[in-house]
Design a binder for this molecule. Structure first.
Ligand code: PLP
Length: 286
């Protein structure tokens, strides 16, 4: 595939960075993953806003404006479409760059490393509850850091949580804090449905402000489903009628088992079908 590195489009296998890059040594960088279908991106404006917030939060100065990012992203999609097909995710990454030594403080006068590549996304699911098999997740205590609102490339905590779920044969791992409240999952956000009403944890430092989460909130409103951004306890999760996890790659994934226990009646829910129908129809316009 064709990748982008510091101003150039090159074959991914030819992309080279310094081992002193702070992204490599410290996980000192931020990233985005933007989904596209048939060449059309979902949530590009929102992804750009979060990218800008992330750069500001960790004080990386990056010259690229939203228009330049769009050109890079569109080119990664179009140049890789013959190879990857119609469903493409674009990974965009800005690390603080390569210093001349390994020293924790932010260096001055270092230019950021800007990297992007494209990968094949799974075909979107059909919004049909009778076809969708539903997925299972693990549930465990959130042992990550307290700056989860930053989309940092330092993902070891997330990787270890995801790995637990994978080892247990599950698609994801949902996490709860010391108060027994759901934060998010290792690489997605969480929604539940109870008696026709939707709930998702409020945005704070314990979770990533997911773009799909943001778009799903819009779809819930378009579908006239009441929604509250409110703490969800583990007990409320287990007693929910429906559980969903959302992310750019997974869209809205209905969960029918948590730690082996069946959710609701064990089938994919009606409200999922309703909201995912709206999402599928309108995702390029949200
Ligand atoms: N939470 C975490 C920890 C993530 O890594 C991700 C995305 O990969 C999400 C939530 C979902 O975010 P988005 O919908 O922007 O993909």
């Amino acid at each position: 595939t064709i990748a982008y590195l510091n101003g150039e489009f090159i074959p991914l296998e030819q992309a080279r960075i310094s081992p002193l890059d702070r992204g490599f040594l410290f996980g000192d960088g931020i990233y985005e993953v933007i989904p596209s279908y048939g060449g059309r991106m979902v949530g590009f404006t929102q992804h750009m806003a979060r990218l800008a917030n992330g750069l500001a939060a960790i004080e990386i100065g990056c010259d690229l404006d939203s228009m330049q990012w769009q050109i890079i992203t569109q080119r990664l999609i179009s140049d890789n479409r013959a190879l990857l097909g119609d469903n493409i995710g674009v990974y965009l990454h800005v690390s603080r760059g390569a210093d001349t030594r390994r020293y924790h403080a932010y260096p001055q006068g270092v230019s950021p490393t800007i990297f992007g590549f494209a990968f094949a996304l799974a075909a979107p699911a059909q919004p049909d509850r009778l076809i969708h098999p539903g997925a299972s997740v693990s549930l465990t205590q959130d042992l990550r850091w307290q700056r989860c609102h930053i989309k940092s490339t330092a993902l070891l905590g997330n990787v270890m949580h995801f790995q637990q779920g994978a080892q247990e044969g599950n698609a994801e791992t949902i996490l709860f804090n010391q108060q027994g409240e759901i934060t998010e999952a290792s690489s997605s956000n969480v929604f539940i449905i109870k008696q026709g009403k939707a709930f998702t944890p409020p945005l704070d430092n314990q979770l990533l402000p997911g773009i799909t989460r943001q778009l799903v909130l819009k779809c819930l409103s378009l579908a006239n489903i009441e929604v509250a951004e409110e703490a969800i306890t583990v007990d409320e999760l287990m007693a929910a009628d429906e559980v969903w996890i959302t992310s750019s790659g997974k869209e809205i994934l209905p969960i029918t088992r948590v730690n082996g226990q069946i959710i609701g009646d064990g089938n994919v829910g009606e409200i999922w079908e309703q909201v995912f129908t709206v999402y599928s129809q309108q995702k390029f316009e949200l």
